[in-house]
Design a protein around this ligand. Sequence first.
Ligand code: NDP
Length: 251
Amino acid sequence: MTNPFDLSNRVAIVTGANTGIGQGIALALAEAGADIACVGRTPAEETVAQARAFGRRAEIVSADLSTIAPVGRIVDETVEKLGRLDILVNNAGIIRRADSLDFTEEDWDAVIDTNLKSLFFLAQAAARHMVAQGRGSIVNIASLLSFQGGIRVPSYTAAKSGVAGLTKLLANEWAAKGVNVNAIAPGYIATNNTAALQADETRNRQILERIPAGRWGEASDLGGAAVFLASDAARYVHGHILAVDGGWLAR
Ligand code: NDP
């Protein structure tokens, strides 16, 4: 019997693959059999080395996703270096924190451009390729703030709510063309992004008390969900936003 989670002979783009959640997902896809294009500003040398240690092909594709300028080149370079494109994980993202009364246009634009605009246009560039080959999977990284308001992160909440909406819209448009579009909503995951929260004793205690699983997530906790959504096991799953949050949203 074939393993529906097997990603052998598939090629995946993972944005922001040098660290944190993107690295965890890239390595899980590689372990499941996929070759990986690691896209980002900082070269993902460690991720590439580990993926190669699994016996996969892995390449660095340098790109700054604060603008949409590189999206076409990212797809072209991936196909050129790795021969095809089957999976896109739209993970790269930033956060800016300030009271909404003081929030600046610069902080608004920076987050919306990276987390939402580039996500859409990279999905578009990848989907043009996937539609032509009749198959592909796109996994967007959403957030608990795709469902909740949060506080002092207006552009991030707007972007991540937008990611949830776009995931459903793109699933509607592309499901019949063979492209699965879904999202993962990570809960509180220990990465550079959340280092300040972890270091704040009071906030850290409040967060831990609120998580049913009683611990922060690790980047590797996202791997299973990403492999599932990128694989044939999810071939009839479209427009779903899968929370991987230690039970946060269940509370
Ligand atoms: P990190 O800060 O550890 O990693 C962010 C990644 O995004 C890095 O690889 C970074 O690369 C990349 N990136 C940021 N800006 C750009 C850019 N302009 N161009 C290319 N790459 C860029 O964060 P996480 O791993 O925690 O976050 C990954 C994703 O998960 C984000 O979308 C985040 O919003 C989301 N998320 C995280 C949660 C958490 O608790 N950690 C919870 C919910 C969602 P570089 O180092 O080169 O800047």
